[in-house]
Design a protein around this ligand. Structure first.
Ligand code: ARG
Length: 582
């Protein structure tokens, strides 16, 4: 559907032309004085200079040419603004079209395009910690948003499964159990199918090994093991398979709890087959050069204000690093999916890494000129006190712990307030907790840091996820009491609150478009907060089920029904859903 702003801009331009002025002056904006009008045009002020005439005169001439049936108010005011309010008929027709069109008539700006969203970024053998919350939540939301806007979307978790952490685990395991066949270079039989470690053992092995990095002899071993693994040493590949087998199901489970789902579970290791040819090619074309024993790709540009160091392609010991696998992953993605856009969601401390990789990819022509590359570098989630989040003993908080803390807190409220029957407590709690967690995060600009505040995020009032859910549940219960409502047509606004609500609903399409273009789920949050406010205002000021005139009542119901559908669609784009009761 055409956006309202575009519709009335076209009408305004026509009016300028009909009044004898250049149509390009007829630009309309959303009013910044909602107390005076809904939309406004300041074009007469600019036109005044061209036509050497008082702006108010131009504004009046243009206002006369506008089709009065579209507006309930057309006001030419000093010094030359044209203030507009939409007519009831216009709004009614527009909303009825939204109600009956698929996906509310939102323009599918991504139709025919493919996007890869690289998010999550879990590292195998390491438990997910709170640092993994934001890339999972923001990435999932951006992916859903792109999908809704018509993109063919491929979400890839891009596991950290190929770097030094693998070598560290192998080296540590060898110290503990040197007699395992994996370490015998002459072993030619089948390796045991059963893993030599359990998940909890693995989660202990890694930090222990990591702490030993300071020991040069151990570090050397780990580096060699990493290199040999990457070179395909059989026994090490077998250990790697065990690490994956033990680690992946747990990662899937926790992402599942967060309602985060990846189309692809590829990792750094999957880029490995693409590395040799890519490296050879970059060397052959002189794009990679030798520097202190390593191969690097210089990516500095003249316009750089800060130094952008070369991207390291191959380390002096011959092993691939983070940038190598990221570049090779692009080769794989272009070959397999030829995406129009690759969007990466990681901590903003990786900004430089992506700048280097993107530049190298462009320089080498690994991605086509039209493929958009974007890195959304998110800020840090801090504790309530604004300091980095730590456990009581100073460690890094596990993601699961954070989720269960939130869940426990919400559950106690659900139980205390007897919100649902006992059998429903867990399911309802899970939905509210997820909304609290995700909305608490997504309502912030991705790049900004924010403070995690359990009580505030879980509150049923204020700018929170639970407040949005509560609004939806409230409407659902009214609709249930009313009965069949799905086919009721939208009517002209019954009062000023209805009109505000209708105007808010019309902003869905423009909001989603801006949110997508600026990779900002926070705009969707701000939108539904405003929309929920309009719903509640309308509900408080208007007797809905008590309305005696059946026709009028049906209009109220149709309106809140549409608002509820819009809200539910938006929270789905944010990655959570509403319970039946709350
Ligand atoms: N595993 C990485 C980390 O923990 C994040 C991966 C992000 N994605 C990427 N393509 N580099 O920092």
């Amino acid at each position: 559907m055409e956006k309202i702003l575009d519709i009335i801009t076209a009408k305004m331009q026509q009016a300028f032309a009909d009044a004898g002025y250049d149509a390009s002056f007829g630009r309309v904006t959303v009013s910044n004085r909602p107390d005076l009008c809904e939309y406004q045009c300041n074009g007469a002020l600019a036109a005044a200079k061209t036509y050497k005439c008082a702006p108010i005169q131009i504004a009046k001439n243009v206002a006369e040419k506008l089709d009065a049936s579209d507006f309930s108010m057309i006001d030419a005011v000093m010094p030359g603004f044209i203030n507009l309010k939409l007519s009831d008929a216009f709004l009614k027709n527009y909303l009825e079209e939204m109600r009956t069109a698929p996906d509310f008539g939102v323009t599918k700006i991504g139709a025919g395009k493919t996007i890869v969203v690289d998010y999550g970024g879990a590292n195998v053998a390491k438990p997910l910690h709170i640092g993994h919350l934001r890339p999972a939540i923001i990435g999932e939301s951006l992916k859903r948003l792109h999908k809704f806007m018509g993109y063919n979307t491929i979400g890839d978790v891009h596991l950290g499964d190929w770097g030094l952490q693998m070598g560290l685990i192998i080296a540590e395991l060898q110290e503990r159990q040197p007699d395992l066949p994996y370490f015998d270079p002459d072993f030619t039989g089948d390796y045991p199918a059963e893993s030599p470690f359990t998940l909890s053992e693995l989660e202990e092995i890694y930090p222990t090994a990591s702490a030993k990095k300071k020991d040069p002899a151990f570090a050397e071993k780990a580096h060699t093991a990493t290199y040999e693994l990457q070179q395909g040493r059989r026994g090490y590949r077998a250990i790697w398979d065990h690490i994956m087998g033990v680690s992946l199901p747990d990662l899937r489970r926790i992402y599942g709890v967060l309602d985060v789902h990846f189309e692809k579970w590829l990792g750094e290791s999957d880029a490995d087959p693409y590395i040799p040819a890519m490296v050879e090619d970059l060397k052959a074309r002189g794009l990679a050069v030798q520097s202190e024993g390593a191969w690097v790709v210089p990516v500095a540009e003249e316009s750089d204000k800060k130094e952008v160091p070369p991207m390291i392609l191959v380390k002096s010991d011959g092993s691939a690093i983070y940038a190598t696998t990221d570049l090779a992953t692009m080769v794989q993605r272009m070959q397999d999916w030829n995406p129009d856009k690759m969007l990466y969601v990681t901590d903003k401390r990786q900004n430089l890494h992506f700048e280097q990789v993107f530049r190298a990819a462009r320089k080498a022509g690994i991605v086509s000129e039209t493929t958009e590359l974007e890195h959304v570098g998110h800020g840090t989630m801090n504790g309530k006190d604004g300091k980095p989040f730590k456990t009581r003993d100073g460690g890094v908080l596990r993601l699961e712990q954070l989720v269960s803390d939130m869940t426990d807190f919400v559950r106690s409220k659900v139980v205390e307030n007897k919100i649902v029957e006992e059998s429903e407590v867990e399911a309802t709690t899970a939905k509210i907790a997820l909304a609290a967690l995700k909305y608490g995060d997504l309502s912030n600009q991705p790049t900004k840091d924010y403070n995690f505040d359990l009580e505030r995020f879980a509150a049923f009032e204020g700018n929170t996820g639970p407040y949005i859910l509560y609004t939806i549940v409230r409407v659902k219960s009214i609709l249930a009491k009313y009965g069949d409502w799905e086919n009721l047509p939208i009517q002209a606004p019954a009062n000023a609150y209805a009109k505000d609500l209708m105007l808010a609903i019309t902003k869905l399409g423009p909001t989603l478009e801006t949110a997508l273009k600026s990779s900002a789920p926070n705009l969707v949050c701000a939108y539904i907060y405003e929309l929920a406010g309009c719903v509640n205002k309308f509900y408080h000021e208007t007797p809905i089920l008590k309305e005696e005139n059946e026709e009028v009542k049906a209009g109220h119901i149709a309106l809140i029904g549409l608002a509820k559908n819009v809200l539910e669609t938006c929270i789905d784009l944010l990655g959570f859903s509403a319970p039946e009761k709350m």
